[in-house]
Design a protein around this ligand. Sequence first.
Ligand code: 4NP
Length: 173
Amino acid sequence: MSIRIANPSSSDPEAEQITVLFVCLGNICRSPLAEGLFRRSVQTAGLAERFFIDSSGTSPWHVGQAPDPGSIAVAAKHGIDISMQRARNLREDDGERFHWVVCLDASNKRVVGARIEPKELFLLRDVDPLRSGTGVPDPYGGSSQAFDECFEIIERCMEPLLERVLQVKKLSV
Ligand code: 4NP
């Protein structure tokens, strides 16, 4: 059995990992859900080893903390465990480390765009099949219904997001 370790800086496109970073404000509510849901999508597609997925916040307020209990609960309700994630702040080298940087709202995108220059920077809801170009409402401090709505929006964006990434990479599921 051979083990291949993917190297994002390799010139061999076969060995290159597809790097995706989700960004919100605190990295405890929305982007941890996006990270967990996208991880599930690539796993279901049998592509887990091709991807490096992470999330971060534009603020340092919750660095080191687990996701919000509301996000952990709604993810668990759908069979996804995000409890091991820990919040981190956006790093100055995230633009080099990640090809795809996907923001959860327009304010996050503005802050990210002022701090780093990734190859691809866009809003998650640009690929929302029901409504595009707007942010995912922040459920922080909200009811379980707010977290349900947040989950629902992010979930319906996952398939189109994976398709968009794979199309550019000329891969298929
Ligand atoms: P998130 O939600 O950006 O989806 O993680 C928030 C988390 C924390 C705060 C605001 C939004 N906060 O003000 O601490």
